[in-house]
Design a protein around this ligand. Structure first.
Ligand code: PHE
Length: 347
């Protein structure tokens, strides 16, 4: 046998032995490795020793030196691993929670979630219960029942996210088949219809959720944002009550220095209608639109089977992001969806 192949066998032995020793998880595994590699009767090193005799006279010093070296390295490693494994273990990772120490980082709610919870809380104090509705809607609840007829520009497929479902009449045209076309709701006013359809008056609900519009995204617009809808149906409801609720709501969330202003406007589902602005700061020089509101249109009441001669009501829809932006002076709506922890950790 040539010394080259003997040296190679010694190298291979060394590698295998070190790997087994380092991988031994407990004393029993370590002892098994010792017997396998260094065992006096059947250990692998013993087999190699038997081969040493086949080396030539000139080879013997080289091979012999390497043999002793490997034997030393492996038994050193065996001893070292033995010392590590015999160290006393920590008592089962026990943590004494009464002792001081580093606190684990706990997460926090997203600022919009915090806002939504607070909105529901305020509305609850005003006597409004919380209702819910789906984000994927049909055209009846998003348009038709809200007095938005098929030829109304608000139903333009370019202004809505129609879904190309197999059942849809023609998603390209969107309005081709009201019974089956589906879209991502463009407003939470859909929930007004759903609540009135399944409940008799009186009604006092709010509903919070996501709405979707193919708007150009900028500092104050996003293609997905959150709205809070409010609906109150009762005999003798007035516009003055609506304005009071909105003012009290804004002040409950933003404090008494916020100013609310109402501009005459138009929505198919309210008459009269207003758009609502709030002051961006105490200088009163900048206004931000926060939503729409008005007295529920008789056509809407009829669509859900109410008698407009018997009941009246008001409704409003507010953009949630903008309230949160004003309270914390967040200059850009995109902060809420950028997932930048430096921003999120401040709330
Ligand atoms: N749904 C309207 C919008 O999204 C807001 C609104 C709600 C207006 C309720 C009047 C009444 O713009």
């Amino acid at each position: 046998m040539s010394s080259g192949s003997l040296i190679a066998q010694l190298d291979a032995f060394e590698q295998a032995a070190l790997a087994a020793i380092r991988g031994a998880a407990d004393a029993a595994a370590l002892e098994a490795a010792r017997i396998e590699f260094l065992g006096a009767r059947q250990g692998k090193l013993r087999d190699l020793q038997a081969l040493l005799g086949t080396a030539t006279r000139e080879e013997k010093p080289v091979v012999g030196r390497r043999f002793n070296e490997v034997k030393q390295v492996v038994s050193n490693e065996l001893d070292a691993r033995g010392r590590v494994l015999s160290r006393p273990r920590r008592p089962d990772q026990a943590v004494d929670v009464t002792l001081p120490g580093p606190r684990p980082a706990i997460g926090r709610r997203h600022p919009l979630t915090q806002t939504i919870l607070e909105f529901k809380d305020i509305m609850g104090r005003f006597g409004f219960t919380v209702a819910d509705g789906p984000e994927v809607e049909d055209e009846w609840h998003n348009f038709e029942a809200l007095n938005i007829p098929a030829d109304h520009p608000a139903r333009d497929p370019l202004d809505n996210f129609f879904l190309a479902t197999a059942a849809a009449g023609d998603p390209q045209r969107g309005t081709a088949n009201s019974a089956t076309s589906r879209l991502l709701r463009s407003q939470t006013s859909t929930v007004q219809i759903r609540v009135m359809e399944s409940n008799p008056p009186p009604i006092r609900i709010c509903s919070v959720g996501r709405v979707y519009r193919p708007d150009t995204i900028d500092a104050t617009h996003s293609c997905m944002f959150h709205q809070m809808e409010g609906l109150l149906i009762a005999p003798g409801t007035t516009m003055a009550q609506l304005k009071t609720v909105l003012r009290l709501f804004a002040q409950a969330y933003l404090g008494h220095d916020v100013t609310i202003r109402f501009r005459p406007s138009f929505f198919p589902f309210t008459e009269p209608s207003v758009e609502v602005d709030m002051s961006w700061d105490s200088t009163g020089s900048r206004w931000l639109e926060i939503g729409g509101a008005g007295m529920v249109d008789p056509n809407v009441l009829r669509a859900v089977g109410y008698d407009p001669e018997q009941v009246t009501g008001f409704a409003f829809g507010l953009g949630i992001e903008r309230f949160c932006m004003r309270r914390h002076q967040v200059p850009d709506i995109r902060y809420f969806t950028n997932n930048d922890l430096r921003f999120l950790r401040q709330f």
